[in-house]
Design a protein around this ligand. Structure first.
Ligand code: NAD
Length: 370
């Protein structure tokens, strides 16, 4: 779709093992890495999944050095300290993360301090398993950074591990993944490969999410996980823009739930950017919505999965909007739409109300109703 003649493409290389039931190959993957005694981490919600993986490792004659189900959202520093001590005391030689972004985030933070290799078995669609981004929270402040030490050496995508995900978590996490692909399309460092990957990712994930109400079968879960992998590649390969920056601000300042916040914000930020998207990008988005309006479809899905109806529901007051707009405008993220305080405030007001403007066409720098 792209006629780009000048770009840089960069991503990190992880070995990907994809397929239902393939978690049982994790022991072999660890052996290939030359390690035999992992610390297995999960969050309380994915504790059953990590217990199953630990049992499967034992069947493969690999005894986990230790197991923990204590991962929490945003990686509190005291948990990192505790788990680094567990590594030292247990003699763990590797990290196995079974869970969503919280479990993977904890493994990354421990790897940053210990240098141990990570094997990820994702159970949500957060995409963290594909990136070199780490985050650690202390005293309400989340520090983030990029480091090659936190890149997973192997990612095992086994959709059986997602069978126990509640419908709303599947749906909201899927929309979180779509946000990575959408922002990759118009990222300043996008590439033809990213554009193709993002187009496929948005189309496959939105198709899967549309079918979630009827209940998912094994094939649907595979499709969603496949799309999540592609979305993770998009996240890893490009610089995220206005949407991710706004969600990060809301998460830090209002303790907003990660996936639900992404699900709410995405249709509004995309509507804000839409008139300034090149025609090829607009066509790509429209194709993902079967020719319909992607923003309307994303908002319908977000509501169906229980996302908040507006920023108001996240505890954001009307008085908070101007300071947020100021912060966003100051650290002006890479983007294509005008990111001055006034237009960002208009975006935030719409988000606060939860009222999505109708689609508009772009003609030069004028917005013309369709
Ligand atoms: P999460 O890991 O907290 O999981 C969401 C919910 O799903 C939790 O309640 C969890 O217990 C439950 N769950 C997970 N697996 C389950 C299973 N198999 N069965 C039943 N329930 C299960 O949340 P998330 O949305 O996956 O990740 C969010 C975190 O990841 C945030 O801290 C975010 O900042 C981080 N993140 C980081 C990156 C990165 O590149 N560093 C990318 C995306 C997200």
């Amino acid at each position: 779709m792209s006629t780009a003649t000048r770009f840089i493409h960069q991503s990190h290389a992880s070995r990907i093992v994809f397929g239902r039931g393939r978690r049982h190959e994790a022991a072999q993957e660890l052996r290939t890495l030359g390690v035999r005694a992992p610390l297995c981490v999960s969050s309380p919600g994915s504790a059953a999944a990590v217990a199953g993986v630990a049992a499967s490792l034992a069947d493969g004659a690999l005894a986990p050095a230790a197991t923990s189900d204590r991962a929490r959202m945003h990686v509190p520093e005291h948990l990192v300290d505790e788990h680094v001590r567990t590594v030292e005391e247990s003699g763990a030689d590797s990290l196995v993360a079974v869970g969503g972004g919280s479990a993977i985030g904890l493994a990354k933070a421990v790897a940053l301090r210990t240098g141990l290799p990570i094997v990820c078995l994702p159970t949500t669609y957060s995409g963290s398993e594909m990136t070199d981004v780490w985050g650690i929270t202390k005293g309400g402040e989340k520090r983030t950074g990029r480091d090659a030490r936190v890149v997973a050496r192997v990612v095992v995508y086994d959709s059986e591990l997602t069978d126990s995900l509640p419908r709303s978590v599947s749906g909201l996490s899927g929309l979180n993944a779509v946000a990575h692909a959408v922002e990759a399309v118009y990222a300043p460092d996008t590439s033809p490969l990213v554009a193709v990957t993002a187009g496929e990712a948005i189309a496959v994930m939105t198709r899967a999410l549309r079918g979630l109400d009827g209940g998912w079968n094994d094939r649907d879960r595979d499709e969603a996980l496949y799309a999540a992998w592609l979305c993770g590649i998009c996240l890893d390969s490009t610089t995220m823009g206005l949407h991710h920056r706004l969600c990060h601000l809301l998460g830090g300042r209002f303790d907003a739930p990660h996936a639900a916040t992404h699900a709410l914000v995405l249709p509004f930020v995309l509507r804000h950017q839409e008139p300034w998207l090149p025609a090829a990008h607009r066509e790509l988005m429209a194709r993902s919505a079967d020719g319909g309006d992607l923003c309307t479809e994303l908002l319908r899905l977000a509501r169906a999965f229980g996302a908040p109806s507006g920023l108001r529901q996240l505890g954001v007051g009307l008085d908070d909007l101007a300071p947020i707009a100021r912060r966003l405008a100051q650290g002006s993220p890479p983007g294509i739409s005008p990111n001055d305080e006034e237009s960002l405030l208009a975006l935030l007001r719409a988000l606060h109300e939860g009222s999505l403007a109708p689609p508009v066409d772009s003609v030069g720098d004028r917005r013309v109703p369709r």
